[in-house]
Design a protein around this ligand. Structure first.
Ligand SMILES: Cc1cc2nc3c(=O)[nH]c(=O)nc-3n(C[C@H](O)[C@H](O)[C@H](O)COP(=O)(O)OP(=O)(O)OC[C@H]3O[C@@H](n4cnc5c(N)ncnc54)[C@H](O)[C@@H]3O)c2cc1C
Length: 380
């Protein structure tokens, strides 16, 4: 029997393989990855410092152990170069691999800002364990860090760095931190909490150039005075990695387009995780991946199963200001309503009919997360 071939051994690839093996112990499974195939906790990349964790301790199993546990072949350091749909093979750095069914779980890749300056290429991005190892090596004894992008990942890294005695400058055009997810009062609470720990904010401003300067870098801003830093972290966002799919002629919008069976425009190719756009939704978080993996495992085991998403709040790992948010659907009518005190803020997004469509909680109010989640309609 031709194998199920998966491209990617991140959370999406490995979770799908694990769920599939619960249903089918025999069908050949081949996982192909550009990296070393180690299974690690990606969310911990942005809070490992304060927990005193070295990068290697984030790995829970290497590729060999994963292959044995999953009764699968894991081809490491085998970047897939193209998908030959006519021959039903993928061509990778170590040869070719046939597929009966192919699953794309290629993740996302960092968006790099178009910068000038002789050190523009030296801003680090962190989206996998190798990036993180590089970041920790370069961090070494450095103290002054500039973070481009005051979004979720930028703020989590800032909190982690501040907690461990670093100085942080955060720069971005946003009016408040994490502005794509949080309503303004909660973003401002986070801003104040990190400022109290020493963060310097340069909001409504942008970095235009990074130059070498003793002892590290000088960042030129559009509006404000230049910033000196020993290390620059770029965290302006991720975009689904759709390159293989696009080159193979599959339908792609923001992510690789799939229906609710997680089937791409080629019925023999599926996609899930950060690379995918399932029924119009790009959801680059852990919980949607778990739901998608369970549904797709059933489909691949012979029981076609559509993915369902319940409401899935995101917990933001900023202990200086604990936050949980379930953003309302795009273009949802209605309004934010706030209750706030010294302990925190509870923001409810209420539709025109009075029903709860989303929420954002900070401080002590985070305790209401489970109760409010139960009130929300499912996402899909
Ligand atoms: C710093 C950080 C903190 C986060 N914190 C949270 C959090 O607290 N909560 C939460 O819900 N989510 C969090 N996320 C998001 C979450 O971690 C991701 O949604 C999830 O890990 C994505 O998994 P994935 O398998 O889709 O992609 P990835 O983990 O990126 O895996 C992609 C895989 O595809 C492989 N690949 C790509 N292209 C090729 C190719 N051409 N050939 C072969 N292999 C290829 C890669 O080698 C890799 O194995 C965080 C993300 C980051 C970066």
């Amino acid at each position: 029997m031709k194998p199920i071939t998966l491209i990617g051994t991140g959370l999406a690839g490995y979770t799908l393989a694990r769920e599939f093996r619960k249903l089918d112990a025999e069908r050949p499974l081949v996982l192909i990855t550009a990296d070393d195939g180690a299974f690690y906790s990606k969310p911990m990349l942005s809070n490992a410092l304060a927990q005193g964790r070295d990068p290697d301790t984030l790995v829970s199993a290497d590729a060999e152990k994963m292959a044995a546990d999953l009764n699968a072949t894991v081809l490491t350091h085998a970047r897939v170069e193209r998908i030959d749909r006519a021959r039903r093979v993928v061509v990778h750095a170590r040869g070719e691999q046939a597929y009966g069914t192919l699953v794309l779980a290629t993740g996302a890749r960092p968006i790099r800002p178009p910068l000038q300056g002789d050190a523009a290429d030296e801003a680090l991005t962190v989206n996998n364990l190798d990036d993180y190892r590089r970041f920790r090596r370069r961090l070494d004894d450095k103290r002054k860090i500039a973070i481009i992008g005051p979004g979720l990942i930028g703020c989590e890294f800032a909190n982690d760095l501040l907690e461990t005695g670093h100085a942080c400058d955060l720069i971005g055009p946003d009016a408040w931190p994490v502005s794509t997810l949080l309503p303004q009062p909660l973003g401002e609470r986070l801003q104040a909490a990190l400022a109290e720990r020493g963060a310097r904010w340069h909001l409504q401003d942008s970095v235009i150039a990074i130059d070498h300067a003793d002892p590290g870098y000088r960042l030129r801003l559009q509006q404000g005075a230049p910033i000196e830093a020993e290390l620059v972290l770029s965290a302006i966002g991720l975009r689904p990695d759709t390159r293989l799919a696009e080159a193979a002629g599959l339908s792609v919008r923001r992510g690789i387009v799939t229906d609710r069976l997680l089937r791409t425009s080629d019925p023999d190719i599926h996609a899930l995780g950060d690379c995918a756009e399932a029924a119009g939704l790009v959801l680059p978080f852990v919980m949607p991946i778990m739901h998608a993996a369970r549904a797709l495992a059933k489909t691949l085991a012979g029981e076609p199963t559509e993915v369902h998403y319940p409401a899935m709040p995101v917990v933001i790992k900023t202990p200086a200001c604990p936050l949980a948010v379930a953003p309302p659907p795009r273009d949802a009518g209605g309004e934010w309503r706030y209750e706030s005190d010294d302990q925190g803020i509870a923001a409810r997004h209420v539709g025109k009919d009075g029903k709860l469509l989303g929420f954002a909680l900070c401080g002590d109010r985070v305790k209401q997360r489970m109760a409010l989640t139960r009130e929300l309609p499912p996402l899909l």
